[in-house]
Design a protein around this ligand. Sequence first.
Ligand code: SF4
Ligand code: SF4
Length: 465
Amino acid sequence: MSVTSFKGGVHPPERKSRSEHLGIESAFPQTKTVWIPVTQGGAPNTPVVSVGDVVARGQKIASSEAFMSAPVHASVAGTVKKIETRLVTGNVDALCVAIEADGSDRTAFLPPLDPFMCTREESLARVRDAGLVGMGGAAFPTHVKMNPPKGSRIDYVLANGAECEPYLTVDARTMAESAEKVVDGLAIAMRLTGAPAGIIALEDNKADLAPVLEKAIASQRCNPVGPGACDISVRLCKTKYPQGGEKMLIKAVVGREVPSGGLPSAAGCVVQNVGTLKALSEAFREGKPLVDRALTVSGGACAEPKNLEVPIGTLVGDLIPSVIKLNPGVAKILAGGPMMGVSMKGADFPVQKNTSGVLFLTKEETSLLEESPCIGCGACIRACSCRLAPVLIVRAIDGGNLDEAKRCGLMDCVECGTCAYVCPARVKLVQRFRVGKALVRAEAQRAQARAAAAAARAEQTKGER
Ligand code: SF4
Ligand code: SF4
C-alpha cells in the first residue's frame, strides 16, 4: 500500500504508546451527576426541560429551530437538578443542564431506521435528531456537512482515522473495536452525500488497523447495502502533523486542493471523523442519540493513561481519583491534544461531544517558556501546512492592519499550531490568529448590521413618499 502526504507539517513526539493498546473502558462520574452544556456545536440551543423534570437517557433536553444547530440529549436517566452556567472547554462559562442519575436504565432512543431504505430527507432528519456533530474536534453539525451546497458533486467521503495529535489514541481504538460500525457509518454517509467512493485514511503508524478495517469492509460488501455504497477502501498517509486536518487529508488522499475560503465539498469531498461515523451507524441501527463518547486520558502526570467511554457531561474532575489516577506535578491540563487542545484552569469541566482527550502534562512536557521577539527565521513559513506566512499574518495583526492579515491568509489558517510548535521565539501565533479572526468576524457583523439599517431606512423613506 503506498503512503501519501502533503507539503509542510512537523513530527512532534507521538507519545501514544502508553494507551494505544488499551481497550476503551466504560466509566461513570462518582458524583452520579452530569453537567451537559446545552450547546455543543452549531447555533445556540435553549433548554426544553426544567429543574425537577425526570428524564430518560436519550431524551432531548435542548434544541434550536436554526438549521445550523444540533440538539442535545440527556446522557443518563435521572432528575434535572440545576440549569445554570459553569466552566466548559475554552475556559468560558456556558449554560449547562445538571442531571442526577437515578441508576435506572430508562431510555428514550429514537426508533431504528434503515438508512438504505428511507428517503434522503428522512436520513438527514435522523442525523439532526440524533444530535450528531463532528467528534474529531470541530463539533460541526453532521447533518449540515452531509447536505453540501446545491450543485456540488461529492466524489469521496473520507473517514478521518489519521489521529495525528500526539498522545491521542481513541480513534485508533474505535477503529480496532468497532470497525464494522465505522464502515457502516461510512456507507451511510456515502448514500447521504451520493458519493460513489469511500476511503478510510490512516497515518502509517496505525498500519496494523488496515487488515481489521479491510475485514469489516469485506463483510459490508456481503451485505447488500444499496447502490454506490460498496466502494470502500483503506489508504495510508505519512505520519506527520497535521495530517488529520481536512485540507491536508484531502490533498494527501485524493490529491485535490480545497480552494481558499472553500469547504471540502468544493473539492468534491466530505470528511468525517471515524468516531462520528460510528455514532452515525448507531443513530440509525439503534436509534441512539449522541449521549456517550470515548476519549483518551493521558500525559506524563497521568499515572495510568486510559481510553474511556463516559456519558456526555461527565466532569473530568469527577473521575479523579476513582478512574483517573494522577501523579504529583500536574503543570497543565489540556482539553484535546497538545497541538490544538485548550489549556484549562482545572479538571472540573464537562466532557463534550468533541472532547477527544484530556491530558495531564508535567512541566517537562509543556512549554512554559515566555514569548520573546520574533527573530525572522522563517521556520513558521516552512512548516505551515496551509502554505501561509504566519509571521506576516501576526505582524499585520500586531500592527492593527486586519486587511493585510486577511490578505496574508488569516481566514485560511486552520489553527493547527504547527507554526507555534516550530517557533524558536515561542511567539503565541495561534492565540493571535484567534483574536485576529474574532476581530474580522466582529467587523463583518458590524458591516452587516450597518447595511441592514441602511436598507431599512431606504425602505422607510420609500414608504413615506
Ligand atoms: S498559520 Fe495556521 S495553518 Fe499555518 S501552521 Fe500556523 S496555525 Fe497552522
Ligand atoms: S518561526 Fe517564530 S521567530 Fe521564526 S519567523 Fe516565524 S514567528 Fe518569527
